[in-house]
Design a protein around this ligand. Sequence first.
Ligand code: M6R
Length: 365
Amino acid sequence: EKEGYQHFMIKEINEQPKGVSETLMRRLDKEDNIVLDGIKLTKEDLEHINKIYIVACGTAYHAGLVGRYAIEKLARIPVEVDVASEFRYRDPFVDENTLFIAVSQSGETLDTLAALREAKRKGARILSIVNVVGSSVARESHDVFYTWAGPEIAVASTKAYTTQLIAMYLIALHMAKTADSISNEEYKKVIQELKTLPEKVKGILGDIDKIQHLGDAQFSNESVFFMGRGLDVNVAHEGSLKLKEISYINSFAIAAGELKHGTIALIEKGTLVMALATQDHLYDKMLSNIQEVRARGAYVVAVAKEGNKEVEKTADVVLYIPNTMDELTPVLSIIPLQLFAYFIAVARGCDVDKPKNLAKSVTVE
Ligand code: M6R
């Protein structure tokens, strides 16, 4: 069933153009209107909603972080994102005017389910983004958005993440349109751009030599830092999780602006820094951050948009992603990071599909 691939993970990474396209195209009619048949939220419902909580674990939580950005930017409703295992224990402000969005590939993650039940008990409207049809999270929700990733077998989540991002964008656009907070022009622009993403993902997957080579390279240091600004911070977190869970390399992610508030103390000669620099309005600031770590001897691999050549002067290696709107870059910038984690894990001889101590679905607290 691996269809010629060495691992499920690399097969699933390569299935992303299809997953992204299916999740998107199945929700658009001929006139590019978003059709969310599993979601019954009306204009009146939305008018009552004054707060949104997005709650999930691991990779799904990271998709939620991007979702917050999309919903706040497009629909102008305040959003909080919580790790499911924490949500219940902080007595959150949930009532009938709250929309609770659960994100889960499996739909069986116990913490996510427990958080959902708690929010429901307090009167929230429950919308879930789930990959497995008929799963517990889906069954207990008022509204469901199914991602169209297909079965995900590898413990490290890849295609579920990119399809969750598409779900988030569609939900944000749908809310924006229902609430009249987006112009027709802007709406069409985002939809057109979303439609270009499957081909762009395919483009990245077709040109992997540089990343493969990086994965094979030996770095003097056993920890890797991921950094970025704006939306890139969220992708940095996801890239870091991918790397640590399958390669057992100590990695973490920070907002690049936080460097000088502590983390820069750890940068030394040979430290590997993965720097995401895809946000146009934050590009110059990222270049300065890259210089800061470079000056202390770090080896910097940057991820940037095609055409932004300036970064070549400061980074050691640049992995380019095709151009797109800043808001949509996470769908593209995560791809080189997934591949990077994969190739490093393979080079280290790790059991990529079944990393030690981890289960695909976490049904205990
Ligand atoms: O099935 P879920 O999306 O609820 O799972 C959530 C996390 O357990 C999951 O994303 C986990 O972090 C993955 N191993 C990450 O690759």
